[in-house]
Design a protein around this ligand. Sequence first.
Ligand code: E4P
Length: 220
Amino acid sequence: MKFFVDTADTDEIRDLAATGLVDGVTTNPSLVAKSGRKFLDVVQEICTIVDGPVSAEVTATDHETMLKEGQKLAALAPNITVKVPLTPDGLKTCKSLTDAGTMVNVTLCFSAGQAILAAKAGATFVSPFVGRLDDISSDGMQLISDICQIYSMYDDFETEVLVASIRNPIHLTEAAKMGAGVATLPPSVLRQLYKHPLTDSGLAAFLADWEKTGQSILDS
Ligand code: E4P
């Protein structure tokens, strides 16, 4: 399973990339706005930090302009993945960019039917939003399960399921059990994954006992 981080904060990305566990980055217009930086500058910098796919989203809504924006973004770095919304124009743009060899992430997916359309349009990734479905009392994880099942039945669907809008570690582990290929994690959730109270208390006990021995591995 690949881990992407869901942020446009380059300090956070640098810090998390140093763990060696980060395979890519996703941004969206809201995350870029939160960074307070110029869009092209920030995505270009992210592409120098992470070798894997870096999603950068178009903001036009018509095919012709989306395509121009997508081509401009794709020219920034070889690991740019152009993010397009799951609309008729977005999927048309997905097809054009994919045919030209550009990676595309189809975002704002909220149904299995939409995910089938994204696969047929040749998307590299489809981003179903788990947390936003949960927010409206719909079952976000059921959508991931449905998409994983459908995609697994068709050899010609090469689109990877990129689980998005993850809000907690349970979303991540449930997605992993379903075989989703990628999860994009807010930095806080990635850090939460390390935590377990028994790890903390167990380590404290080991260290206290070790201290009593008066030994040092490096001085032995
Ligand atoms: C990632 O590609 C999405 O834009 C992101 O995961 C959305 O998350 P949110 O619903 O927490 O804003």
